[in-house]
Design a protein around this ligand. Structure first.
Ligand SMILES: [Zn+2]
Length: 427
């Protein structure tokens, strides 16, 4: 079993490029993966990965083949799949070559439009989600820099691209996004999945920072891919999956887990249960065969997030069924009232006790009462509460396998550390 760090390295493409399928396909890891196919008539490129890695992509591409790029296909419109084109363009310009055709699903254009509308918000959001890999200093991409498709796939239409003596089948399915295209290279039996397969992570279906995703359709996409009886998967992130059995297992286990989480949440919704009950029950019943599966490691997406995804797909924002929560008071005001009943010292003592018996989450809830409700005059106890919260969060971050969850926790720690410094200056 790989370590959390090794999983992260695979996710961000820190591994050597790999040539496969009789020497005509190449996988280049560049945060997102780039797939290259060499034909007698030129190159087909599946995804362009991330802007910052454009030189790495170009170098690995030109080590592999000196032919012109004729087609670029986007698996979806995320910033880590469509933006690493700078060096490629420079070469096209220098040589006076024709621009390649760019193929994508119509929803990619809608996504780019949305990115332009929410440019600053996404820059902020991605800085936080990818904080641990330098995104705070070097934001992932600006939405103004899109390379738009020239051939657009509409709705659920299938598209067969005949190129260089080969057939490339393109299919639209929803999963991580609503603009996915996956490709089957018929003659060499290679699936190019985009983020419908991230190797080896659990599907990124319930990302806490992102818009709604599609668990049931994800399962159906996996089943459609299974029908191809393929020899390789070039995933959206991570290393090549090779061999019929491994390919089958990678698709089957993802289909099964997506059906499972979807159907079990739906069952509980039909039983009239609210989110808290559903979530904790779902955590209890998560089967070991998924939990311990080598191809479903919670290194990026994870099961706990997936529960949210299904619930949110079918439910509004009123999550508890408790009318108190329909128009709640400010949490600071609630905390102040609680501190009138039992003072900060009592809360801190109890939080320390909970910390000592490893009830970290409960300790955090109590510390938040102090942090939110404490009078600034009690600055020393406030600093103590912040410090303990930071210690607990550090412990949680250390053991947290999900890259997304870990970054969210670390962002919280960073905020707390700034707050502690500010408070210490006031003493
Ligand atoms: Zn991706």
């Amino acid at each position: 079993m790989k370590t959390i760090k090794e999983d992260l390295n695979d996710f961000i493409g820190n591994f050597p490029s790999k040539t496969f399928a009789d020497g005509i396909c190449r996988l280049i890891g560049a945060f997102g993966n780039v797939g290259i196919i060499e034909t007698k008539d030129g190159l087909l490129v599946f995804d362009l990965a991330i802007k910052q890695y454009h030189r790495r992509i170009f170098k690995a591409l030109r080590e592999f083949s000196d032919k012109q790029i004729k087609y670029i296909i986007y698996s979806h419109g995320h910033f880590d799949h469509c933006f690493g084109y700078t060096s490629i363009f420079e070469e096209i310009k220098e040589n006076g070559w024709e621009m390649p055709q760019v193929i994508a699903h119509e929803n990619v254009l809608k996504r780019f439009e949305k990115y332009r509308m929410l440019d600053k918000y996404h820059a902020w959001l991605n800085k936080n989600q990818f904080a641990s890999i330098g995104a705070k200093k070097n934001p992932p991409v600006s939405a103004q820099e899109t390379l738009n498709p020239t051939i657009i796939i509409h709705g659920n239409e299938n598209y067969n691209l005949k190129f260089g003596g080969f057939t490339f089948e393109l299919y639209h399915d929803k999963g991580e996004t609503d603009d996915s295209l996956w490709m089957y290279f018929r003659e060499k039996k290679v699936l190019f999945t985009g983020d419908l397969v991230i190797n080896p992570s659990f599907p990124n279906v319930g990302n806490p920072n992102k818009v709604q995703r599609y668990p049931k359709q994800w399962a159906l996409a996996m089943e459609k891919m299974l029908g191809k009886n393929s020899d390789f998967i070039l995933p959206g992130h991570g290393r090549l999956i090779e061999g019929k059995e491994n390919v089958k297992e990678a698709l089957l286990i993802r289909a099964e887990v997506m059906h499972f989480v979807h159907d079990e949440v739906v069952k509980r919704l039909n039983e009239g249960k609210w989110f808290e009950e559903i979530f904790h029950e779902m955590v209890e019943i998560y089967p070991d065969r998924f939990k311990n599966h080598n191809m479903l490691r919670p290194s990026y997406g994870c099961y706990r997030f997936a529960i949210h995804a299904v619930y949110r797909l079918y439910h509004g924002w009123y999550n508890t069924g408790n009318p108190t929560d329909l128009f709640p008071a400010k949490s600071e005001d609630i905390a102040k009232e609680l501190l009138k009943i039992n003072n900060e010292t009592k809360y801190l003592e109890r939080a320390k006790k909970l910390f000592s018996i490893d009830k970290l989450q409960l300790a955090l809830h109590l510390l938040d009462v102090i942090i939110k409700g404490c009078n600034i005059k009690k600055i020393e106890i406030l600093i103590e509460a912040y410090t303990l919260k930071s210690t607990i969060l550090s412990q949680k971050a250390k053991g947290e396998p999900s890259f997304i969850a870990k970054n969210s926790i670390r962002n919280g720690i960073e905020h707390i550390e700034t707050k502690i410094k500010e408070l210490k200056r006031l003493i």
